[in-house]
Design a protein around this ligand. Structure first.
Ligand SMILES: C[S@@+](CC[C@H](N)C(=O)[O-])C[C@H]1O[C@@H](n2cnc3c(N)ncnc32)[C@H](O)[C@@H]1O
Length: 217
């Protein structure tokens, strides 16, 4: 099916410009049916670079992987094609999660909000991946602490982050502060790049790979 660039733009704008968490959840619930088809045509650069960074840093047989802001499950689906397995998905939107769960890729999916407490014990996951969820009005730097807590010592976090709007997201200062406090170690990253050149204005993202120090606790 062909997707009109303006229709994609409208659906993306609904999510990007959502006023609060309820409006955001509604925007993604409404987008769930067409989300995968839309992304066959748009936003491919972000997925491609994300999978490349996972592939050169995170071992295939690493163990349980949390997909944070899993949406309809496109990332786990793609990572599975690259040899990864054992996914758990969390997301704010029940509509998106329903699509993810129906794909049969995840061991479990849970409705949870990044930025609040996550109901997993310490050191649950060998890796955390998050594609497209760390963005203004979505999940901000206040999500980092909980993601670090539930990642095992020696584990990886591969996180995409929308560029710009530092005042709203706190990404750059949050990342640096956790690095200087030794909570995580930067092992790889991309520069900022146009992830959605088809939107006006285009979205820009960067992707960062962090490792939890093996000697934690
Ligand atoms: C741009 S979509 C990306 C979905 C999926 N990772 C992908 O790449 O196809 C962003 C997703 O993050 C979710 N999201 C946004 N803010 C969130 C938050 N604070 N906590 C949990 N999920 C959130 C949305 O519901 C949506 O499913």
């Amino acid at each position: 099916m062909n997707v009109d660039r303006r229709d994609f733009g409208h659906r993306a704008a609904n999510a990007v410009n959502a006023r609060d968490a309820r409006a955001l959840e509604r925007a993604y619930d409404d987008w769930a049916d067409t989300y995968d088809t839309d992304h066959e045509h748009f936003g491919g650069a972000l997925m491609e670079r994300f999978v490349e960074l996972c592939g050169r840093n995170v071992p295939r047989d690493t163990g349980p992987i949390l997909d944070a802001g899993a949406g309809t499950g496109r990332l786990a689906e793609t990572l599975r094609q690259h040899g990864y397995d054992d996914f758990v998905g969390i997301d704010l939107s029940a509509g998106m999660l329903e699509k993810a769960g129906a794909k049969g890729i995840y061991r479990a999916v849970h409705r949870m909000r990044l930025g609040g407490p996550l109901s997993f014990p310490d050191d649950t996951f060998a890796a955390v991946v998050s594609l497209g969820a760390m963005s203004p009005g979505h999940a901000g730097a206040d999500a980092f602490d909980e993601l670090i807590r539930i990642t095992r010592p020696g584990g990886w976090l591969v996180l995409s982050m929308r560029a710009g709007e530092e005042k709203r997201t706190g990404f750059a200062s949050g990342r640096r502060s956790l690095e200087s406090n030794g909570r995580w170690i930067l092992v790889d990253e991309t520069p900022e790049f146009d992830s959605h050149p088809e939107l006006d204005p285009p979205l820009r993202y960067s992707i960062h790979v962090y490792r939890i120090p093996t000697g934690r606790r």
